[in-house]
Design a binder for this molecule. Structure first.
Ligand SMILES: *Cc1c(COP(=O)(O)O)cnc(C)c1O
Ligand SMILES: [Zn+2]
Length: 425
């Protein structure tokens, strides 16, 4: 079979898609090779595929001379070299914030927050979608789609709008109103499904089989999509002044982000861009959906699916595709996976806001609360340089905190009334 790929420039080429230094796909289970294409499962063993590269030389100077977005790492991603010139959301290079107040409160020596709420649609999902979009166009797809727990819906709808292509976004019908509005506004076809995320995901897989020109970013182009998460790791290292952190705490839904950040650290070391020890990597889940934390704590290699019940809906994947790999990474690096209750999640959101002026969504609350818990339990080193990822924005999950924060009081417009109110403190 001969496949020709219409490239983004409209010129049809033969000989395979232009995905930069990516060379082929490789099975994460049996190592079988598959040519670059719209493939996501191994033909031999049905294992998940991942992108393999021939990086050649990659230097700090070349990265630093690139755009202030994830495209500065284009040589390390499955995208064409001219990717920055193609319409996309151009996410990334979000602030790495030194968090001394929070560190002091938790008894930690040095803490940074990678604030990924500062992306175009206010979550880390813009990274993975931007890479999926760039690859999907090279692979000849004409429509962007996804099943989503909310943030992905925002990111896909916005990226498709920028690219001028159609999109279909599937969400559980019980999603936060803020995330429904902030997806629908981009003019996507938003479909609310009666069921949880795992039901929505199953439906998406069936539809991906029916519609060959639809790129479901996290289904049939998942190998390319997942590579976008590596940029969180690259940026952290570059923004620390080309140094590896010693400990990292990362929220876990499917687990892809955590696994790819570990891969990013290892790639930079292998390429000679940075030196040092691999950081200890910790995963954070909500107790109401903690299949990976449960497996970690009970010493299992397999992750038993659960039915999610938590306010941290962006992390509510009961059957996480990368769960077993998260166990591998956290065990290999001397990390752990832990979970916190919904009350602790709300406390985590408030703690971060009160100490650092950063309003995180529930996933960020999970991460901060797990950081606090791991420190309390002596599983994190309080003397080690620590980075945590705030992956989403509090304005999208207002219901989590609205019941517990509000005005100090409602007063008449007089100085007396004000003095009376504050003296009551
Ligand atoms: C999707 C998501 C995650 C987790 O990503 P995975 O790669 O699926 O583990 C974390 N935080 C937020 C805010 C998300 O939307
Ligand atoms: Zn295989």
């Amino acid at each position: 079979m001969t496949i020709t790929h219409p490239s983004a420039s409209g010129v049809t080429r033969s000989g395979g898609p232009d995905l930069g230094r990516a060379t082929h796909l490789s099975c994460r289970e049996c190592g079988a090779d598959v040519p670059l294409g719209p493939h996501y499962a191994c033909l031999e063993c049905f294992g998940p595929l991942e992108v393999a590269y021939d990086f050649g030389a990659v230097t700090r100077e070349r990265i630093e001379s690139g755009p202030r977005s994830i495209w500065r790492y284009r040589d390390l991603l499955p995208v064409p070299a001219h990717v920055a010139d193609i319409p996309n959301t151009d996410p990334g290079f979000t602030p790495l914030v030194r968090a001394d107040n929070l560190a002091r409160e938790l008894g930690l020596k040095a803490l940074w927050i990678k604030n990924d709420a500062a992306n175009p649609t206010h979550s880390f999902k813009d990274r993975v979608v931007a890479v999926a979009l760039a690859a999907a166009r090279e692979l000849g797809f004409t429509v962007l789609a996804c099943p989503s727990t909310g943030n992905l819906a925002n990111a896909v709808a916005a990226a498709a709008a920028r690219a001028g292509i159609r999109s279909y976004v599937f969400i559980p019908s019980n999603l936060e109103q803020q995330k429904i509005t902030t997806s629908a506004v981009y003019g996507t076809t938003l479909v609310a499904v009666d069921g949880n995320y795992d039901d929505v995901n199953r439906l998406a897989s069936e539809l991906a089989g029916e519609h060959e020109d639809w790129a479901f970013v996290n289904v049939n182009v998942r190998p390319y999509y997942a590579e976008g998460s590596k940029t969180l790791g690259y940026e952290t290292v570059e923004q620390l002044g080309w140094r590896l952190p010693q400990q990292v705490v990362i929220p876990v839904a499917s687990g892809a982000q955590l696994v790819k950040v570990d891969k990013a650290f290892r790639e930079l070391v292998d390429l000679g861009v940075v030196e040092g020890e691999q950081p200890a990597i910790f995963g954070a889940q909500a107790t109401g959906c903690a299949p990976v934390a449960e497996a970690f704590k009970s010493g299992h290699d397999v992750v038993r699916p659960v039915r999610p019940d938590t306010i941290a809906k962006s992390l509510a994947i009961g059957n996480p595709a990368d769960g077993p790999y998260v166990l591998d990474v956290t065990r290999r690096t001397g990390g752990a996976v832990d979970d916190v209750t919904d009350d602790e999640v709300v406390e985590g959101i408030r703690l971060l806001a009160r100490t650092e002026g950063i309003f995180a969504e529930t996933a960020g609350g999970v991460t901060v609360a797990v950081l606090a818990k791991l420190l309390r339990e002596g599983k994190l080193d309080p003397g080690a340089e620590t980075v945590i990822f705030n992956t989403g924005m509090g304005l999208k999950t207002l219901d989590a905190v609205a019941p517990v924060v509000g005005p100090a009081g409602t007063i008449a417009p007089t100085t007396d009334a004000f003095h009376q109110l504050v003296s009551a403190d």
